[in-house]
Design a protein around this ligand. Structure first.
Ligand code: ATP
Length: 313
């Protein structure tokens, strides 16, 4: 089993520290979402894993090996870092054939990945005629070419249409189910929530979180309950007396912040109010992410009066 190990990794570009003492491990058999505001250091970290950037200090290895020392790297690590990497005057098929030859991958595999990426019909078209989404699919096809144990994709949904986004989601889930190590950066939180098991979150080059996605959402969201009752006003009054002020949703349901369904159910029962519907509202990854990273966005618009949060998990 091959993991990605990042250990005390730091990268300076002149006076700018892009990655700052990062340590985390990306494990096989799950999809790890790699999140962080613009400029947080995700791409730089991925480039150091791939050996295209050299760390200022620390290490980034794949299965304990420096990427540059892996003899046929595409067979071990497949990566999409820059969808514009294919030469425009080449056909997609020739682009992949060149990569396959350099890594002693059979040519038949080229047609397999073109098929898998939905590009079989346009495989003999020049890459310069491709849309952004098609280039993205080609980059993903290239990443899969060597049937690698480790797959690392930087913003794979970029430019994809809704069908492409579903394709990517299913592909990532399948790669993880096959026991591969999958690291995926994204700015699309709702999208990430559909495929990630684990999250690594950066802010200004530092590690803000490395945790299962469910735990991350629970830790950074307030519990909230939605309830529909026959005598809403009576329940509302009882909840307020118990220290749980309510809000009324447009559909007449009550929304109660900071409690669990069982607490609301118990109060309703004590009050003798018949409850028609009662549910905990799941926190969203987007809200949890924004709560964590609000102060760490390098390029965020923020009100002049915004103060820094004291506590951070
Ligand atoms: N080649 C480079 N030369 C100088 N500075 C760089 C270089 N590459 C990245 N940086 C800087 O390093 C920081 C981290 O950038 P990086 O692209 O890794 O962030 P990111 O998290 O991938 O951002 P985004 O989500 O916008 O892609 C930024 O401040 C960026 O300007």
């Amino acid at each position: 089993m091959t993991s990605i190990h990042v250990q005390d990794l730091t990268k300076d570009y002149g006076a700018r520290r892009a990655v700052d003492g990062l340590t985390f491990t990306v494990r096989p058999g799950q999809v790890t979402g790699f999140l962080g505001p613009n400029g947080a250091g995700k791409s730089t970290t991925m480039r150091m894993v791939l050996g295209t950037d050299t760390p200022t200090s620390g290490t980034a290895t794949v299965g304990d090996l420096d990427y540059r020392s892996i003899p046929e790297p595409l067979r071990v690590v497949g990566a999409l870092l820059d969808a514009g990497a294919a030469h425009g005057s080449r056909t997609a098929r020739n682009h992949l054939l060149a990569l396959a030859t350099a890594n002693r991958i059979p040519a038949a595999r080229v047609d397999e990945v073109l098929e898998e990426a939905g590009l079989a019909e346009v495989a003999r078209h020049r890459v310069r005629t491709y849309s952004l989404g098609m280039r993205q699919r080609l980059g993903i096809a290239a990443a899969l070419l060597g049937d690698p144990q480790v797959v690392m994709l930087d913003e794979p949904s970029n430019g994809l249409d809704p069908e492409g986004i579903i394709w990517i989601r299913e592909l990532l889930r399948r790669l993880a189910a096959e026991g591969r190590t999958v690291l995926v950066s994204s700015h699309l939180m709702n999208e990430t929530a559909t495929f990630a098991d684990q999250l690594v979150v950066l802010g200004r080059g530092r590690l803000l979180a490395d945790t299962p996605m469910r735990d991350f959402i629970d830790a950074h969201s307030n519990p909230r309950v939605r309830v529909r009752a026959l005598e809403s006003s009576r329940l509302e009054a009882a909840l307020t007396r118990a220290g749980h002020p309510t809000e009324r949703a447009d559909d007449g349901r009550l929304l109660v912040e900071g409690v669990r369904a069982e607490q609301v159910g118990a109060i309703a029962a004590r009050e003798g109010v018949p409850v028609l519907e009662l549910a905990d509202q799941e926190g969203s990854l987007e809200k949890a992410y924004c709560a964590l990273t609000a102060d760490d966005a390098e390029f965020a618009a923020r009100p002049a009066t915004a103060g820094r949060r004291e506590a951070r998990t």
